[in-house]
Structures are given as structure tokens and as C-alpha cells.
Write a protein of this length. Structure first.
Length: 157
């Protein structure tokens, strides 16, 4: 067992018609498996912003995030000790044209015929969130300086 890491991440459900976009992971975690597009949130980013950035960085596709369908806490133990808090974001792509990037092969799959070698939790999420209701998103930007706390931004969708 290695160092324990806690990460805030986003998973991107990029779907068009009956197809979903998946990435063949070439690095850990879940190396050599098909997985949802996604990645770590950067400081100051909200889930929808991360989803659009990751989708573009990993596929060259731009899109619009229309909702967050779920929030997932996933612990991965063994060779890597990771605890992910993940936001499952539904993104409508502007195009289906993929630009292959260094992260790994990217491919469209029929949702009813997913690849055999897919991350098990990703497969469950695809099935579970396909008809999910909208989750309310709250955004707050706070500052704390010398004990003074101030709200800089508050939004809800």
C-alpha cells in the first residue's frame, strides 16, 4: 500500500443518441480498461467547468454541461490507496468528431453494448444515472482574511 490520496474529480457522461464516449486508460488507476472521460478538479473550478475542460483536453470535443446526475464517493484500495469524490456530469457534445490525445484511445460505444473491459463502477454509473433527476448545484466562493469571512459569490442552478 502506498500513500493515501483524496481527490475531487469529475466523470463526463458525453452522450449522443444511444452512444457514449469512453477512454481506454493507459495509466493508473484502472490502466488498460475503458472508462468515462474525466479528471481532477482544479482549484476554483466547479464540476461543470471541469467536465468541459476534461472533455476538450482528452478528446478535442467541446460541449455543454446540462446537469449533474450524481455525486459518487469511490474508494480504491490495493496498489493505490485513493478516495475519489466524483461529480457525474451530463455533457451534450457539439460534435462527435474525436481528436485523439495522449491520454489514450477514445471511442464512441453503443450504451447497450459497452466494452467487456470497462471499469466496473463506471459501467454501473452509466446504467444508474441514465434517467437520473437533476441534482441542485450550489456554488459559493468565500474568503477568510485575518478571521474575517466574506461571501464573494453564491449561485444555484
Amino acid at each position: 500500500m502506498g500513500e493515501k490520496k483524496f481527490m475531487n474529480c469529475v466523470l463526463v457522461n458525453c452522450s449522443a443518441n444511444d452512444e457514449i464516449l469512453l477512454l481506454f486508460r493507459e495509466k493508473e488507476p484502472y490502466k488498460d480498461h475503458w472508462a468515462l472521460i474525466g479528471g481532477k478538479m482544479e482549484f476554483g473550478e466547479h464540476p461543470e467547468e471541469t467536465a468541459l475542460r476534461e472533455l476538450y483536453e482528452e478528446t478535442g470535443i467541446k460541449g455543454n454541461c446540462n446537469k449533474v446526475s450524481g455525486i459518487i464517493s469511490e474508494v480504491c484500495e490495493g496498489d493505490l490507496d485513493l478516495h475519489f469524490i466524483m461529480f457525474y456530469c451530463d455533457v451534450i457534445p457539439e460534435s462527435k468528431e474525436i481528436k485523439q490525445m495522449p491520454e489514450g484511445e477514445v471511442k464512441w460505444f453503443n450504451k447497450n453494448n459497452l466494452p467487456e473491459k470497462i471499469v466496473p463502477s463506471d459501467k454501473k454509473m452509466i446504467e444508474m444515472f441514465k434517467d437520473a433527476e437533476h441534482i441542485k448545484i450550489l456554488k459559493a466562493h468565500m474568503t477568510q482574511t485575518e478571521g474575517k469571512i466574506e461571501m464573494k459569490r453564491w449561485e444555484h442552478a
